[in-house]
Design a protein around this ligand. Structure first.
Ligand SMILES: O=c1[nH]c(=O)c2ncn([C@@H]3O[C@H](COP(=O)(O)OP(=O)(O)OP(=O)(O)O)[C@@H](O)[C@H]3O)c2[nH]1
Ligand SMILES: [Mg+2]
Length: 163
């Protein structure tokens, strides 16, 4: 596949660092722009499509945007795309208490636990996968198994078929 440059539009520096690390060994190169794009309410697909369109209007070129959901099984998939606001209101140390009244602590695809590890990125410290929270894992390990790693692997595969 020929090298391909996309404008990655995000207001989140942690996200940008992970996306760059994941794509570093692929033909996809990024130009990043620290823009906080307006996000509508809706399903993840509706929000992401709308976010991408708004980003294209700003950049007037090929863009990559990301919208991350954290879905609790006990909440019928909420907070989903609205997790950012729950996290902002509660902080990572209190976040697990949302599920205090529920036996089912599962979230896609892991478990919500009391915060462990560095708290520098979103809900990483509360999200446990196979005994470790994302925050306790080395970055390379998280990037191999994470939602972000999987989504970007699909993107690279799709782009290589397009070329
Ligand atoms: O611990 C985490 N590990 C992750 O891997 C991760 N990915 C996203 N998030 C958080 O989940 C919300 C998503 O909202 P979100 O997708 O709209 O992102 P954002 O608004 O921060 O950036 P962007 O929309 O400008 O790209 C925000 O609170 C992000 O901080 C993560 N937290
Ligand atoms: Mg956002």
């Amino acid at each position: 596949m020929a090298p391909k440059t996309l404008n990655f539009i995000t207001g989140n520096a942690n996200k940008l660092a992970e996306v760059q690390a994941i794509l570093t060994s692929t033909p996809v190169q990024l130009k990043s722009q620290a823009l906080d794009v307006v996000e509508i309410q809706g399903t993840i697909e509706e929000i992401s499509r709308d976010k991408a369109r708004r980003a294209v209007d700003e950049v007037k070129g090929p863009v990559l945007v990301e919208d991350t959901c954290l879905c609790f099984d006990a909440f019928d998939e909420l907070p989903g795309p609205y997790v950012k606001w729950f996290l902002k209101a509660l902080g990572v140390q209190q976040f697990h208490k949302l599920l205090a009244g529920f036996e089912d602590k599962s979230a896609q695809a892991g478990k919500i636990v009391e915060a462990r590890g560095p708290t520098s990125f979103g809900w990483d410290a509360c999200f446990e996968y196979e005994g470790q929270t994302y925050a306790e894992m080395p970055k390379a390990e998280k990037n191999q198994i994470s939602h972000r790693g999987k989504a970007l692997a699909k993107l690279v595969e799709w782009l290589s078929k397009e070329a």
